[in-house]
Every structure is written in C-alpha cells, then in structure tokens.
Ligand binder design. Structure first.
Ligand SMILES: Nc1ncnc2c1ncn2[C@@H]1O[C@H](COP(=O)(O)OP(=O)(O)OP(=O)(O)O)[C@@H](O)[C@H]1O
Length: 218
C-alpha cells in the first residue's frame, strides 16, 4: 500500500472555540491508483490533503506513506519527504515569475536533488510546451501555466501526487485536456493520485471516489 491514513483528527482554534475539521478519517491508496476526494465546501478536503502532503501536522491519527509514518516525523524530515516522495498541484499555478518555463519545470526536482534533464524534456514535450521553454510564466495562458505546474510536480518522479482542484481555474475544455495529460503521466510513472475536485465529471474519471462529510468519509 502506498498510502494508509488511519483515524486522522485535526482541529483549529477559532474565535468561537475549537472547531473539528477532520474527525477520524481513514483511507488508503495503492501505487498506480487514482482516487477522487469530493465533499462540500468546508468539509475538510484541503486540510486532509495538506496533512498527507506534510504541509501541516495532525492532532491525532497516523499517515503511512510508502512505509514511513509522517505523523512521527519532525518538520525538517517531513519537508524532505515532501520534496522527493510527494508532489502537490494546486488550483493556483504557483509558478515562479522570474524563472523561465524550463527552469520552473526543473525547479522542484533540483531542490530534491532528483533532476533528470531527459525526463524534464520528455515531460515538456508530452505537455506540449516545447515552444514555451524560453518564455516566462506571465507570457503563457492559464492552461499552459497549469501544464508547467504539472510538469514541475512530476519532474522529481513523486510516488504520490496530491492535486487540489488542479483544473479549477481553467475552462471546461482546457480542464479536460489537462486532466487527461495528468492521468496519462500518472499512469506511466506508476504514481498514486489523490485529487480533490468539485466536478462530478472529473471525479468520474478516477478509479475510486470518496466523499468527505463533516470531517468523516461518508
Ligand atoms: N489554518 C486554519 N485555521 C483555522 N481554520 C481553518 C484553517 N484551515 C482551514 N480551516 C477551517 O477548516 C474547515 C475546512 O477547510 P478546508 O479548506 O479543509 O475545506 P475544503 O473542503 O477544502 O473546502 P473548499 O472546498 O471550500 O476548498 C473550514 O471551516 C475552514 O474554515
């Protein structure tokens, strides 16, 4: 099993007292498997993704990623794991404006000390970005920028790809293209994919779906 989440709890202190966001979430994902995570706004989807991605720490419960217990790691070790093993794609493309497309694509892999020029070139080619490599992000369309972000995420060959509404800022047709590319590449690399989406159409293209309601898997 690539990912096993067991009885995960997370809450935040708010002005009205403590709010429970995740109230005992358990799920699992195999390598090569695609899983859609749906749920109403505020149901805790992004929070769950952040915990699995090591961007935040849980109050209680266990996250086993490729045999490593994330909940037992300190911040530095979690960050290292995040750089190499997990790739995250957000709705906002989060590209680095001062870097050319080619350097944006290789950025994460270089940080993780996993840069592979041939693989980056292949990713750019598969994403249809060959003519954009010398440009800056602001010179690209939204769909192109998201393809750069996706290539950057896949460049270190993560075992797990976490995507939070990755096509939420794109029109329907562009979203379908980007999702198809993402599914193709995830399949080819054997990574697992956990994708948050509000779109039933997109969720339907994943192998499995889970629904979060009031901090629990419905
Ligand atoms: N850092 C934080 N501090 C306090 N409350 C937070 C924090 N992050 C999230 N929350 C609260 O946790 C709840 C769940 O938020 P989360 O972003 O996980 O939901 P979501 O299902 O991803 O929603 P959406 O679909 O709108 O993105 C919300 O009520 C939110 O206000």
């Amino acid at each position: 099993m690539l990912l096993t989440v067991t009885d995960l709890h997370k809450g935040y202190a708010s002005a009205d007292g403590q709010i429970t966001v995740l109230d005992g979430v358990s799920l699992s994902l195999n390598a090569g498997e695609t899983l859609a995570l749906t749920g109403e706004s505020g149901s805790g989807k992004s929070t769950l993704l952040h915990l699995i991605g090591g961007l935040d720490s849980a109050d209680r419960g266990q996250i086993l990623l490729d045999g490593v217990d994330l909940t037992a790691l300190n911040d530095a070790d979690r960050a290292a794991l995040r750089r190499g093993t997990v790739g995250v794609v957000f709705q906002q493309f989060n590209l680095i404006p001062s870097l050319k497309v080619a350097d944006n694509i290789s950025f994460q892999a270089r940080l993780a000390d996993r840069h592979d020029a041939a693989w980056c070139a292949q990713l750019a080619n598969r994403m249809g970005l060959d003519a954009q490599l010398d440009k800056y992000p602001e010179q690209l369309s939204g769909g192109q920028q998201q393809r750069v972000a996706l290539a950057r995420t896949l460049a270190p060959r993560p075992k797990l790809v976490l995507a939070d509404e990755p096509t939420g800022n794109l029109d329907e047709e562009t979203a379908a293209t980007v999702l198809a590319l993402m599914l193709d590449l995830v399949r080819d690399t054997g990574a697992g994919l956990l994708m948050v989406t509000h779109s039933q159409a997109l969720a339907g293209q994943m192998q499995r779906q889970i629904h979060l309601r009031k901090g629990r898997i419905a």
